[in-house]
Design a protein around this ligand. Sequence first.
Ligand code: T5A
Length: 208
Amino acid sequence: MNGYFITFEGSEGCGKTTQIEALAKALEAQGKTVLITREPGGTLIGEKIRNLLQDPSHKNDISDMTELLLFSASRAELITSRIQPALARGEIVICDRFYDSTFVYQGLGRAIDMNIVEQLNQITVGTLKPDLTILLDLDAKIGIERAKSRQSGELDRIENESLAFFEAVRNGYLELAKKEPERFKTIDGLLSVDAIKKIIWDTVVDQF
Ligand code: T5A
């Protein structure tokens, strides 16, 4: 594979979608071919799994283990049908969330045994690893407010979790970034959209 794989991570409403769109536009303006995708989702089956996972009416219907398996199933489908083929064609793949989300949301947030999360990750992802992970770090409360205002006050099944859950998620991400500083670029999500855009661009152009 000779493409380049970028993932975006962070807790709810941290600004991933905004920055992914801007980065893809800037890369395309330089003549690069970019695939934007997301997790859960990005494929026909993955989008169905996404709807299931986010539907607030399923608040009490999905066990923690089922949730983990559904995120993993969506990922397996996305890797095989879209990410690997695009990387093999030499394209830049930008994915809104990847396996780091599972480590922090299911491993830390839901307190599922990390060995299980890691084993499942091995099965689903194999040796595929992002070349660069942009972490938008934002106070959990501010992130939820942003997500709420964007969705006219509506929150999905996971966004309805407690503030403590999202604080664990945020801290989990910061720990992951500390463990793999060569892969992660952590950016303060409180900065303006344009300031973040510039930091991301400076980081990405360095790679080519
Ligand atoms: N999940 C996912 C797991 O539990 N395990 C897993 O393994 C995986 C893969 C996915 C959900 O699934 C969970 C995590 C999530 O709960 P998602 O669509 O990724 O869902 O959910 P969110 O992270 O909530 O994504 P959002 O689309 O809500 O937020 P974004 O994309 O981070 O933020 P964005 O760009 O939409 O911005 C939100 C609002 O803030 C404004 C924007 O204009 C927008 O209104 N904004 C800013 N405001 C001020 N300053 C800035 N710098 C701003 N940047 C954006």
